[in-house]
Design a protein around this ligand. Structure first.
Ligand code: HEM
Length: 496
């Protein structure tokens, strides 16, 4: 009897405990469903968070170790801000495309002040949309096609100046991308002294942009702020001159923005807003394209079989153009299949924009996780581009992988959604034209080849990749280069 009651008590106790466990689990799930939880992750030290862990090593190691530990959505705390980092294509699409209205662009105030607070990428909503439309028209295929011969002249001039010398590739590419950006912004008839003044002052802004934001006489930041004010004056003068000559309506970016000042276009931009957007565009166009170009030269150097394939494709076009005597046509730039694959693979491998920042404007729920209002959100492009699930053998440079289109939303070198890069087509044109003239007319050699990476601020090969370049001295390339020399002399002052 005693034994029976003892086992009955044990059984009852067992069922009692089981029901408590069941109840707790249900309750937990209910809490989770009603109140989404923060993503897994760690917030590090008070205020400092995990900033030191991120910046004391290659940032990619930080991201990949977190992803391994917590999965593709995790929380952390960087530079005084709580953040949610996202490494899955669906999560990036959620933030950048489908729920973009819940996430605003966010930049440090010192950077906003330097570029100009009215530049489109600081904004969302109506203002952003209006400016973006104007920028997109200026960078659409028709104006780009019209500018192709001028881009070609700029490329030829940069290579011509490099001929026979050792140059830092990144510096040479920055000159190229600056000149192309000025061409797109101010057109081909801009007065030479304006170009020189813009270049001089923009270089000072560029140097101060990544310095400590101490606005005290003598500091790089202070000099940059002063130069930024001078840039406003130069741009105002150009605009005033155009108005007086009745030239506001024109096919360059400044013309589109000035047309946008007209009430009937619904934009009504002030000169200050136009200047901020011009400087913003220069800023977005120059270093990005120059870094990618630098990586492409490195990859072409490091992978001679890829260079041979690119050269074969480009030589066909070169011969069709009577050994470079005729200019490249728009159709030819569309037909450079192999070269385009090399560009895509370089964009993937180098992933120069490793991630971007947004800020949640409200509490947002994503897949049961809470992203609290005010938290930063960072889609990690580089991690997606180097994920073996989407790109087999991701550390291998293999342009042929782009024979097949990547899986949707896994390849975003130009971002995605409302803030995706409107300059992607221009960047591709610049790169294609540079590659065409480089491989058909020159040989080049990297000096002190290395696999180290520097950040300036985008990743570039060590020391900006010093390269020595020689013109291939064949009869035909001699005669075509003679023409370039003559043209460069005529246009020289405008392009330098
Ligand atoms: C290979 C070169 C380039 C790369 C890799 C690149 C990449 C990007 C990326 C990833 C974004 C989106 C950033 C975000 O969502 O936060 C972006 C935005 C932007 N890019 Fe580019 N870009 C390049 C060249 C250019 C060029 C040549 C121009 C102009 C002529 C340009 C103008 C812009 C502008 C204005 C935005 C902001 C758009 C907006 O907020 O609506 N970019 N770029």
């Amino acid at each position: 009897m005693m034994e029976i009651s003892c086992s009955l008590i044990c059984t009852l106790l067992f069922f009692f405990l089981l029901s408590i466990l069941f109840f707790m689990k249900q309750n937990n799930r209910r809490i989770k469903n009603n109140h989404p939880q923060l993503p897994p992750g760690s917030m590090g030290w008070p205020y400092l968070g995990e900033t030191l862990q991120l910046y004391s090593q290659n940032p990619n190691l930080f991201f990949s170790s977190k992803i391994k530990r917590y999965g593709e959505v995790f929380k952390t705390h960087i530079l005084g801000c709580p953040c949610v980092m996202l490494a899955s294509p669906e999560a990036a699409r959620f933030v950048l495309v489908t729920h973009a209205h819940l996430f605003k662009p966010t930049f440090p105030k010192s950077k906003e002040r330097m570029i100009g607070p009215s530049a489109l990428f600081f904004h969302q909503g109506d203002y952003h949309l209006k400016i973006r439309k104007l920028v997109q028209v200026a960078l659409s295929p028709d104006p780009l096609r019209a500018m192709l011969p001028d881009v070609e002249l700029i490329v030829r001039s940069v290579l011509n100046m490099w001929d026979g010398q050792v140059e830092t590739t990144y510096h040479a590419m920055k000159r190229l991308t600056f000149d192309v950006a000025i061409l797109i912004i101010l057109g081909r008839h801009v007065d030479d002294h304006y170009t020189k003044e813009l270049k001089h002052n923009y270089c000072i802004v560029d140097r101060g942009y990544n310095s400590f934001a101490i606005n005290f006489p003598g500091t790089l930041y202070h000099k940059a702020i002063q130069a930024r004010k001078r840039l406003n004056c130069i741009l105002s003068e150009i605009m005033e001159e155009r108005r007086q000559k009745g030239e506001a309506r024109s096919s360059d970016l400044l013309g589109y923005l000035m047309d946008g000042t007209k009430e009937e276009n619904g934009c009504n931009l002030s000169d200050q807003q136009i200047a901020d957007n011009v400087i913003g565009l220069l800023f977005a166009a120059q270093d990005t394209t120059a870094s990618v170009l630098t990586w492409i030269l490195k990859y072409l150097h490091d992978y001679p079989q890829v260079l041979a394939l690119v050269k074969a494709e480009q030589m066909e076009i070169y011969k069709a153009n009577e050994c470079g005597m005729k200019p490249l046509t728009w159709g030819q730039t569309r037909s450079m299949t192999v070269t385009n694959r090399v560009i895509s693979e370089s964009l993937r491998m180098a992933s120069i924009i490793s991630f971007t920042f947004r800020e949640a404007v409200a509490d947002v729920e994503y897949k049961g996780y809470l992203i609290p209002k005010g938290w930063k959100v960072m889609p990690l492009f580089r991690n997606m581009h180097h994920n073996p699930e989407f790109f087999k053998d991701p550390e291998k440079f293999d342009p042929s992988r782009f024979k097949a289109a990547p899986k949707p939303n896994t390849f975003m070198p130009f971002g995605n959604g409302v803030h995706a890069c409107p300059g992607n087509e221009l960047a591709r044109i610049e790169i294609l034209v540079l590659i065409h003239h480089l491989v058909t007319n020159y040989r080049f050699e990297v000096i002190g080849s290395s696999n180290e990476v520097e950040y300036s601020p985008f990743p570039v090969p060590k020391q900006g990749l010093p390269i020595k370049l020689w013109r291939i001295s064949t009869e035909s390339s001699y005669s075509s280069n003679k023409i370039v020399d003559d043209l460069t002399c005529q246009l020289g002052s405008n392009l330098n």
